[in-house]
Ligand binder design. Structure first.
Ligand SMILES: Nc1ncnc2c1ncn2[C@@H]1O[C@H](COP(=O)(O)OP(=O)(O)OP(=O)(O)O)[C@@H](O)[C@H]1O
Length: 272
């Protein structure tokens, strides 16, 4: 399959509160590819995602599907890309189904109501994310992990029916147990393959990130420190340099596994 760049970020730069937070970051993501942005706390990952999604002012240029994001009308942009933020704003007292249906807004006529088709899409996405039993519940009453899947359901509902959709996920599995982490990431992977979604995510669990990403981008102090396959980016030296972490990287059939290593002087070193 011939791939073409679906997202191109060119010298994206963001200043917040007088500080340079994202510094001339450039990257591309091919159509149908999964790029995961990693980097230590405060590196600028969420800010970069928000800038690429056009949610905060930034210098530089972002092109999606060959068109400059700045030139796309809001509704067109909302059908082309969806961002699940780390802490999405959540209207108080809203039922899960109503919240997920907000994802259909860019597909409806202005002031129109959702159709049976919209409700079917939302309900089916919720079923796939194992939250079909919560549709009438108030969003505020869900657990953190249940709520995280509702946020993802809204984004998938938003992109449903869009060929070449761009799904951006800011730490999509941070509140999930290991079973639901796997379920959510496998679902995203399946949608990527079946529906041609392009995925850009941030993740802190480097081993899991490496299992799903085609390519990774290591962001450090707002700048690109490395890009490449998981095996190229997840090196012991790079993780020491940019995270200050002492780790062992072990290659497995699923990609590199990153294991924190006890520092010298630990009381339970390897028994040999
Ligand atoms: N409005 C703001 N004003 C000033 N500084 C800000 C503002 N918003 C974010 N920052 C700073 O920008 C830096 C990058 O924040 P960002 O949330 O993008 O990092 P991150 O890599 O996603 O971090 P984490 O892994 O902790 O989620 C941080 O130092 C943060 O304190």
């Amino acid at each position: 399959m011939t791939r073409h760049a679906h997202v191109t970020a060119d010298a994206v730069t963001v200043r917040l509160g007088g500080q340079l937070i994202v510094d001339e970051v450039s990257f591309h993501v091919d159509a149908g590819e999964w790029l995961t942005i990693i980097g230590p706390n405060g590196a600028g990952k969420s800010t970069l995602l928000a800038a690429v999604a056009g949610l905060i002012p930034a210098d530089g240029d972002v092109r999606v599907g060959g068109r400059s994001l700045a030139e796309l009308p809001r509704r067109v942009r909302a059908r082309a890309l969806a961002l699940v933020a780390q802490r999405p704003t959540q209207p108080p007292g809203m039922a899960v189904l109503d919240y997920v249906l907000l994802g259909r807004t860019p597909h409806m006529r202005p002031l129109g109501r959702e159709s049976r088709h919209d409700v079917d899409i939302a309900a089916s996405v919720c079923d796939r994310l194992d939250i079909g039993g919560f549709l009438d519940r108030d969003l505020d009453t869900l657990s953190g992990g249940e709520r995280q899947r509702v946020f993802l359901a809204r984004a998938l509902t938003q992109l449903s029916g869009t060929p070449d959709g761009l799904l951006m996920l800011d730490e999509p599995t941070s509140a999930l147990d290991i079973g639901h982490q796997q379920e959510v990431l496998e679902l995203v992977e399946q949608l990527r393959v079946d529906d041609g979604l392009t995925v850009v995510s941030t993740m802190h669990d480097l081993s899991i990130a490496g299992e799903y990403a085609d390519r990774m981008l290591l962001l450090s102090r707002g700048r690109v420190a490395a890009t490449g396959t998981p095996s190229e980016v997840l090196t012991e030296d790079a993780l020491e340099l940019h995270y200050g972490a002492t780790v062992r990287v072990v290659e497995s059939e699923w990609g590199p596994i990153v294991v924190p290593a006890r520092r010298a002087g630990g009381t339970r070193g390897p028994t040999t």
